[in-house]
Ligand binder design. Structure first.
Ligand code: ADP
Ligand code: GLC
Length: 492
């Protein structure tokens, strides 16, 4: 079964071009690894205004017409290769960008900073239609259309419709990967017309959800295979508590719904070679990590105290990440002998709370509101502990990065966090992090308190945990092989 597969990979963000979170990391790493394994994969993604100008994309299709309801909307297709390295080998993956000024030349990808764009369903419905139309225009039919999250969840639906109408795509399979089931692409039912969702498809088992359209829900039904990004989250999604309302839909998929743990991109996130850092380090020699810590304290204007543990956070500022119960716990945590550095962007109420805390704990809290990849690397490297108290976490990449930088994660026992971090147990023989269960302020304070007490009182144990953390590997190679198996299941 070594036959090469042809894959169209559709994603609303791809690292290097656009990124708001881990979806972008996955949408870069997985195609690079597919190519590295010998498969023919092509990415399709929107051409946002913010795509850095140094990307010399060229227009390959000047105009492509797409029917939207009774109208036709036009876009252009730009092209560029995405370059990356996998295990030292240079890999190039073709990327097609969908250029549509009205839909994608906006301040944000999904919102204007405060509110989601009201026409998101149309924007990404349009994008999903383009994915199929592009395949026709290029006369390049894939074996599998791989879509990601609600933004491209209509691809399997449009594929099924096309298969019923023409012979074009008869043999194509579809995979839908859910990186975050909390976002489902909800829209008023009136969007049906422009999206081409007929009344027969606007029913409870398909796209209808409490009178509204739910694009993810319909997409799950129509995709041949559905997966999410960790086995733990896949199990949670089948329960009323963890499913964001769609447990019946996941359960109905039976064997066609599974969990594949994301990999960690060790070519990009590696303390031994990370060019974002002032110094590099390895498990055998942590001297460089101390320099990173010093630099981190300097940048955040905190006292340069090597003996005080720094707790790092790099996060989207959103409810998912547990701020509702973390924020009330922070005064107590900040009264410990610790420093906390936080980098995040997102919801205003969370940013405002950090602004206020900063006034009270100016000597202990370093806080930057914004998105900064360099600083994200420095926080991963220079901190001693990394805090991720998520309410839910489909996989989580940041804790994987922190493990490999010897920055022990303190995480809540959910989804991918539970699948990747090993509790520091009684016998101290196997832990690489600290885990707590309840999503409440006491639980997170206690977990931080335990981590800090081991840092001060049992430095040798702490050091052994660092060694174990830095040895842990979650490779994209393993994940990619599982995706290939999933693709093969969809072949007709
Ligand atoms: P999620 O995708 O839910 O945001 P992950 O842990 O899977 O969570 O991935 C987050 C990714 O986004 C990581 O690569 C992290 O470094 C990055 N990231 C998040 N917030 C910021 C920020 N403010 N600045 C820089 N990078 C960020
Ligand atoms: C989502 C999830 C995160 C996951 C990432 C990549 O943004 O919130 O847990 O790691 O996608 O799959």
């Amino acid at each position: 079964m070594t036959e090469q597969l042809r894959i169209i990979f559709a994603a609303s963000e791809v690292e290097g071009f656009s990124k708001s979170g881990g979806l972008a990391d996955a949408a870069r790493a997985l195609p690079l690894h597919l190519k590295w394994l010998g498969h023919d994969v092509r990415i399709v993604t929107p051409f946002y205004r913010s795509i850095p100008e140094n990307h010399k994309t060229k227009t390959v299709i000047p105009s492509l017409g797409i029917p939207l309801g009774s109208e036709e909307s036009w876009c252009a297709i730009r092209y560029q290769e995405m370059e990356g390295t996998v295990e030292g080998k240079t890999i190039r993956v073709p990327v097609y960008f969908v250029e549509h000024e009205h839909y994608f030349f906006r301040r944000g990808y999904y919102d204007d900073g405060l509110h989601e764009y009201p026409d998101n369903a149309t924007r990404f419905g349009f994008f999903s239609k383009v994915v199929l139309q592009l395949s026709r225009t290029l006369e390049w039919t894939p074996d599998v259309f791989h879509s990601n999250d609600w933004h491209t969840a209509l691809v399997p639906f449009y594929l099924r419709e096309a298969q019923q109408e023409t012979a074009d795509f008869k043999k194509c399979g579809s995979v839908l990967t859910i990186h975050n089931a909390g976002y489902q692409g909800n829209a008023p039912g009136t969007f049906r017309n422009s999206l081409g969702i007929s009344p027969e498809n606007f029913v409870e088992e398909l796209f209808e959800d409490h009178g509204q359209l739910n694009l993810l829900k319909g997409g799950i039904h129509f995709a041949d295979q559905v997966n999410t990004v960790s086995p733990g989250y896949a199990e949670e999604l089948k329960t009323p508590l963890g499913s964001h309302g769609l447990h019946e839909v996941y359960r109905r998929k039976g064997q066609d719904f599974s969990g594949i743990l994301n990999g960690c991109d060790y070519d990009n996130w590696n303390p031994e070679s990370d060019s974002h850092l002032p110094a590099r380090f390895s498990a055998a020699d942590l001297t460089g990590k101390k320099q990173c810590k010093k630099e981190l304290q300097k940048i955040f204007d905190l006292p340069e105290l090597p003996e005080v543990p720094v707790i790092g956070m790099v996060s989207r500022l959103t409810r998912q990440k547990g701020f509702v119960y973390l924020l009330p716990a922070l005064p107590q945590i900040l009264r410990l002998k610790v420093q906390l550095v936080v980098l995040g962007s997102g919801e205003l109420w969370i940013a405002n709370s950090f602004d206020q805390l900063k006034q009270e704990f100016s000597n202990k809290l370093g806080w930057q509101n914004g998105y900064d990849n360099n600083l994200a690397h420095l926080i991963e490297a220079g901190s001693d502990l990394f805090l991720m108290p998520s309410l839910y976490e489909p996989c989580g990449l940041s804790q994987m990065y922190s493990l490999c930088y010897g920055t022990l994660p303190i995480v809540r026992s959910v989804g991918g966090l539970k699948d990747t971090v090993i509790q520091n147990g009684e016998n101290q023989e196997e832990g690489n992090g600290f885990i707590f269960d309840e999503p409440d302020s006491d639980a997170v304070s206690d977990a931080v308190g335990l981590a800090v007490s081991i840092f001060y009182n049992h430095p040798q144990n702490f050091r052994k945990m660092i060694d174990r953390a830095m040895k842990q590997r979650f490779t994209w190679k393993t994940a990619t092989e599982k995706y290939v198996t999933l693709y093969r299941k969809t072949l007709k």
